[in-house]
Write a protein that binds this ligand. Structure first.
Ligand code: FES
Length: 167
């Protein structure tokens, strides 16, 4: 079972729709495409889709929970895991892959003790592999909270992490 699916199977948490989100749900309830529109709004607010909120969305839209999870798992854009306080995105586009993108991921996994696609136990860093971010001339590239670091080797990573740790 994937991490996302195991999250789906777990118990609902205690996050709730805000009054603004409830109003958004009510506005969209009669309209086609309401599930995806509401989920976009939820993720923009929370940074992810909390399980408890997915249940609440299903109830308020009067659709099966399975339909809400079907949308969440179909679109890679949606995530059900709370992001780290600092998001590390390692480019795995062709240029970065050929110049060692996978080595960067391996080193980050080793340094942070969490795997690609997950978040450290303290919630500080999340790692994810992404497609080309348009800086191929700097390959291999990663971003931290949107800041670009290029021409990297694994040796550069501890210094980059130190810039963000505890902030
Ligand atoms: S392939 Fe990595 S920035 Fe384009």
């Amino acid at each position: 079972m994937s991490e996302e699916r195991s999250q789906v199977a777990g118990s609902a948490g205690d996050e709730k729709l805000t009054p603004e989100l409830v109003a958004f749900v009510e506005e969209w309830k009669p309209q086609p495409g309401n599930v995806i529109m509401v989920l976009h709004q939820v993720q923009e607010h929370f940074g992810y889709i909390p399980r408890s909120v997915a249940f609440e969305v299903a109830e308020r839209l009067d659709v099966p929970v399975a339909k809400v999870y079907g949308v969440i798992t179909f679109y890679h854009f949606f995530r059900m895991v709370r992001p780290g306080r600092h998001s590390i995105a390692v480019c795995m586009g062709t240029a970065c892959y050929l110049k060692g993108g996978q080595d960067l991921i391996n080193e980050l996994e080793m340094l942070l003790g969490c795997s690609n696609g997950s978040v450290t136990d303290d919630g500080e860093f999340g790692i994810e592999a992404v497609r080309c971010i348009g800086c191929c001339g700097l390959a291999p590239v990663l971003t931290v909270d949107g800041e670009v670091f290029g021409n990297l080797t694994a040796d550069d990573l501890p210094g980059i992490l130190a810039q963000y740790r505890g902030k």
